[in-house]
Ligand binder design. Sequence first.
Ligand code: OAD
Length: 226
Amino acid sequence: MKKKLVVLTGAGMSAESGIKTFRDSNGLWEEHRVEDVATPEGWWRNPQLVLDFYNQRRRQLKETMPNDGHYGLVDLEQDFEVKIITQNVDNLHERAGSSSVLHLHGELTKACNEDKTQVKDIGYEDIKIGDRCGKTRMRPFIVWFGEAVPAIEEAIEITRQADVFVVIGTSLNVYPAAGLLTYVAKEVPIFLIDPNEVSTNQMVSYIAAKASEGINRLKDILHKQF
Ligand code: OAD
């Protein structure tokens, strides 16, 4: 049986594809304040701004390609049962060909009703003011700050079963995602790939590199160990 390799990814995973990370530009997300475009309050205040913002992100995603890091994780499926838990709302893991991807913070290519009980695929289409989903306004299927993270229970279960745990391109600033590391079983090795220092209380083997290069190095290490 293949060993279970569980990977937690963040914005840094998609950086080499040209998508900006969150915390490297004065707390602004693509020139917008997070409170304006990634909170329920922002949506109530100015839905047009929020829709425009995610419509723009969706258009950008259409023009963006997976990078060698995404493909490196697909290669690892030859030797491991790879399960990806991602904080990213892009679909680059899926487009690279990864077979198991759990999105913690929602997906750009989906929309939902206000209470998220109905979810639909919209691909790269815009959501317009006046669009409805069920009985409410249609909104982007994104987990905004202050909202519940329903996928976290499944993510904890996946994390508990890991034989190897890998963290790639996340500052580990946002909970509950960052707390997943505490569910990794004691004897299980944790590798952390990031070109910059990331602070964590867990014992990790640090691979100081961008995602693509770091995953290549990880492959060498894993092939020697397993
Ligand atoms: P951050 O922007 O906080 O962290 C990105 C991490 O990627 C940093 O540690 C960078 O050093 C690292 N990085 C940069 N370039 C890299 C590269 N080429 N390869 C590997 N790593 C690289 O992003 P997240 O931790 O993903 O939430 O942020 C978590 C959540 O906060 C996001 O999901 C989003 C955000 O606000 C919501 O939208 C709810």
